[in-house]
Design a protein around this ligand. Structure first.
Ligand code: ADP
Length: 352
């Protein structure tokens, strides 16, 4: 057992924050919806969550442990804080890479309050020893703690207040089944459609006091990669262009000009997206190529390649993930204006 420490060690560590202070981007927090009714899109998920929250409140019990799955920027952190707000409870936030030793996790667990929400981001990166501690904490609301060493060592079972664990991941496949099976509620967050993104942009523009034309909202929604974080980020940048080269209003001309300057095309593809597709086509004959090789070739961390770039390229039909590696589709050749001399099938990638 690794968790050999004095009980005094179980102090709340610096890896936790009790509210939003932990977030680096204050602007993002400013735009974060606080309640379910402000959270745009994801209707089925919201409807179900509203039922589970209401039922838990009526029973005066904490909400069941909740697992949030989806690509970055789709609202996992936002939903965790909404759950706490809707339950009328406090939230503690951390991320798995910040939890190094069992005492880091034990320190937080022994300090959560009854009914509170404990949010662990990137839960797929939790170390095995911590994951094991979490199993008992989630199931029995207890942790095992070893005091002393050698023959004198003894295990203490420490009771914990009943809390709700909200775990978020971009990689559901990397979460072990003993952990994922301990969540009573699983929410898959999908990419947002243009209408939903338009509503998010409209709401954010209102909060930020940005004047934006209706047509510009639609244009911006189209190139936000189905992702609210990107929609909000682009809105902030276009506000800059509008105030420097325009009259302060984000118009369709400002959107066109701004996106051009930022290297983003009308469907939201960035320079690096095109670079990834071009690299697969020119260096690897359209694929298949492994993720690690590709990440080195394009100079992008494998995490951002897999979590940020690939999901959107796959969703737009430019890329396929196959057991043998990544492959471009005919649509990617067409996008880059590269003639394809090989036998291609639009849906299948290159045929061998
Ligand atoms: P994740 O944790 O999945 O990476 P976040 O919860 O941090 O994503 O969301 C990123 C930003 O996008 C937040 O600032 C929030 O304002 C915005 N956002 C996310 N989902 C929604 C939504 N459904 N409605 C409105 N804004 C949203």
């Amino acid at each position: 057992m690794e968790n050999v420490h004095d009980l005094d060690d179980l102090q709340e560590s610096s890896v936790i924050s009790t509210s939003f202070q932990q977030e680096a981007d204050k602007q993002e927090n400013f735009l974060r919806p606080k309640m379910l009714c402000d959270f745009q899109g994801q209707q089925r998920l919201k409807d179900n969550l509203a039922v589970f929250v209401q039922a838990a409140r009526e029973r005066k019990e904490p909400l069941d442990h909740t697992f949030l799955i989806g690509p970055p920027g789709l609202g996992k952190t936002t939903l965790a804080s909404i759950i706490a707000n809707e339950m009328g409870s406090e939230i503690r936030m951390t991320s798995a890479p910040a939890l190094d030793k069992p005492k880091d996790l034990a320190g937080i667990l022994t300090n959560v309050t009854e009914g509170s929400v404990f949010f662990i981001d990137e839960i797929h990166r939790l170390k095995p020893a911590l994951e094991e501690m979490l199993y008992i904490a989630m199931e029995d609301f207890e942790i095992d703690w070893v005091i002393g060493q050698g023959p004198a060592a003894r295990t203490m079972r420490i009771p914990l207040p009943k809390f709700t664990l909200v775990g978020a991941t971009t990689k559901a496949g990397s979460v072990s089944s003993p952990l994922s099976s301990r969540f009573g509620i699983t929410c898959h967050i999908e990419f947002y459609n243009e209408k939903e993104l338009a509503q998010i942009i409209e709401r954010s523009a209102h909060i930020m006091n940005v004047l934006i034309d209706d047509k510009a909202i639609i244009q911006l929604a189209k190139c936000s990669r189905g992702t609210p974080r990107i929609a909000n980020r682009l809105l902030r940048r276009l506000r800059d262009f509008a105030s420097v080269i325009g009259d302060g209003t984000v118009t369709t001309e400002i959107v066109k000009h701004g996106l051009d300057k930022l290297g983003i095309d009308q469907s939201g593809l960035e320079t690096q997206d095109r670079n990834i597709l071009r690299t697969i086509i020119e260096f690897y004959d359209g694929g298949p190529v492994g993720a690690e090789t590709l990440s080195i070739s394009v100079g992008e961390a494998i995490e951002s390649l897999e979590d940020f770039y690939e999901p959107y390229l796959i969703q737009r039909g430019y890329l396929k993930r196959t057991p043998r590696g990544r492959m471009t589709t005919k649509k990617a050749y067409d996008l880059l204006g590269i003639p394809c001399k090989r036998n291609m099938d639009e849906n299948q990638g290159i045929l061998f």
